[in-house]
Design a protein around this ligand. Structure first.
Ligand code: MD3
Ligand code: FE
Length: 211
């Protein structure tokens, strides 16, 4: 389902077994070497979303290999099986196996939303590559707000993201504003997928950074 040029929603792309596998993996990554935590913002605040990163460590305006604003540890490698999963999503979204061949994501950002967490409207501009972002959602449903490239304000389109949904953001929408204004607590198949509460979102990206 194409929401906007380059933005493709694949509802229910992950089966329950794949979702369980991802939840187990996220639980392991959340233990460390850089524990799942709330990112500190340059303004002095903290994000309500909790995150853990693979491949590169993200903080606002900056990618590094180590958690230089936290415990200094190096983030784990992005596993090949996760990059493969991203390529399969891309091939399905664009209905073109070739679209995925050269796609080499080098970072995964895992976001955990408890019942009160939100993500304000923002652009993802730390990546120097225009390659698509692949997003995977597990757990409670949320409202995903997909805006425009000019301003953080209207016009936008609200889409519900549910457990198992995949989304690809490429082409003209790669640098569009977007956010998660609302979660529906208790709305997902959380017990089935091994998640006590809340929502997990994984995004795969290409940083375009060397080595
Ligand atoms: C559209 N995550 O991690 S995923 C983020 O559900 C982020 O956790 C949200 O926004 C979440 O930065 C939304 C969908 C998403 C991710 C990256 C995008 C949409 C995007 C980058 C460009 C355009
Ligand atoms: Fe984002």
């Amino acid at each position: 389902v194409e929401i906007a040029p380059g933005a493709v929603h694949l509802p229910g792309w992950l089966d329950v077994e794949q979702q369980r596998h991802l939840v187990r993996a996220c639980r392991e990554w959340a233990r460390g070497p850089v524990p799942m935590r709330r990112t500190r913002l340059p303004t002095g605040g903290v994000m309500s979303v909790q995150s853990v990163h693979l491949g590169w460590y993200w903080r606002p305006y900056h990618y590094s290999r180590t958690a230089d604003d936290h415990n200094g540890a190096r983030v784990p490698e992005l596993p090949d099986w996760l990059a493969d999963l991203g390529r399969r999503v891309l091939a399905d979204a664009y209905q073109d196996p070739d679209a995925a061949v050269g796609y080499r994501p080098d970072v995964a950002l895992v976001n955990y939303y408890d019942h009160a967490a939100k993500l304000g409207m923002h652009q993802d501009k730390e990546e120097r590559s225009p390659d698509p972002v692949v997003s995977l959602s597990i757990g409670d449903r949320c409202v995903f707000r997909f805006g425009n490239t000019e301003t953080r304000n209207r016009p936008w389109t609200d889409v519900e993201l549910a457990s198992g949904d995949a989304f690809v953001f490429g082409g003209p929408c790669r640098f569009a504003y977007h956010g998660v204004p609302k979660l529906y607590p208790g709305s997902g198949p959380n017990a089935d997928v091994g998640l006590a509460e809340g929502r997990l979102n994984l995004t795969l990206r290409v940083t375009g950074l060397p080595g």
